[in-house]
Design a binder for this molecule. Structure first.
Ligand SMILES: C[S@@+](CC[C@H](N)C(=O)[O-])C[C@H]1O[C@@H](n2cnc3c(N)ncnc32)[C@H](O)[C@@H]1O
Length: 204
């Protein structure tokens, strides 16, 4: 048993069902998923045992690893290895995966970190690999739902470098990294689930 307390992100309990409905379909033929910014680890422990055909690799910055380890100890699964240290700004594990999933991270990271995220992805995502991003985005400069405008203001008050990103900008960064968007899914609470695919031979 782990000694660390289990961190709780209540939103995970609300959004994991709708996200899983999409992941089940998108990850049916995948073998190795890297989750970037796993946070508490609650998504990992929910998704992994429901996707036993693949390995779910959780990761985050160092400060979040004890909490993730605590969740993995409390709810272990054979396809859920210990979380890895991954800081988009400087520390990427040596991995090769056919999908990357990240939830509620691109509006928390600085714009520079988001750029680094996309630029670095092709180093570990196999050609044909999927990038799946869950969270709120803006489209044509507009928030999707009024609550996202309030959320964006609160984010920027707390950290001026954070904020809800423009889908067109994400598409541009993705394109520069050799990824092409295949899907935009509308999920509850004004969140979107975006899917890009690394094109064959699509190096940086
Ligand atoms: C709002 S939390 C979301 C956590 C979890 N994915 C969820 O949906 O509950 C934002 C996450 O982004 C991670 N994050 C922020 N900057 C990062 C960076 N530079 N590299 C890796 N992760 C980062 C944080 O550590 C945190 O886990």
């Amino acid at each position: 048993m782990s000694e660390s307390p289990l961190p709780d992100a209540p939103a995970c309990g609300r959004n994991r069902g709708p996200i899983f409905e999409q992941l089940q379909r998108l990850l049916a033929d995948r073998t190795h998923v890297l989750e970037v910014g796993s946070g508490t680890g609650q998504h990992a422990v929910y998704f992994a045992p429901r996707l036993l055909h693949l390995v779910w690799q959780a990761s985050d910055r160092v400060g979040n690893l004890p909490g993730i380890r605590a969740w993995l100890a409390a709810e272990p699964a054979d396809n859920l290895p210990p979380p890895l240290h991954l800081d988009v700004d400087g520390h990427w594990p040596d991995l090769s995966v056919d999908a990357v999933f990240t939830a509620n991270t691109l509006h928390i990271m600085s714009a520079e970190s988001v750029r680094t995220f996309f630029r670095t992805l092709p180093q570990l995502l196999q050609p044909g690999g999927l990038l799946i991003v869950y969270g709120p985005v803006k489209m044509a400069g507009e928030f999707i739902g009024p609550s996202n405008g309030d959320f964006d203001r609160r984010l920027r008050e707390r950290d001026p470098l954070s904020g809800i990103r423009d889908l067109e900008w994400l598409d541009r960064l993705a394109g520069e990294a050799g990824l092409a968007r295949e899907e935009l899914n509308y999920l509850p609470a004004n969140n979107q689930l975006l899917v890009w695919r690394l094109q064959n031979g699509g190096e940086q």
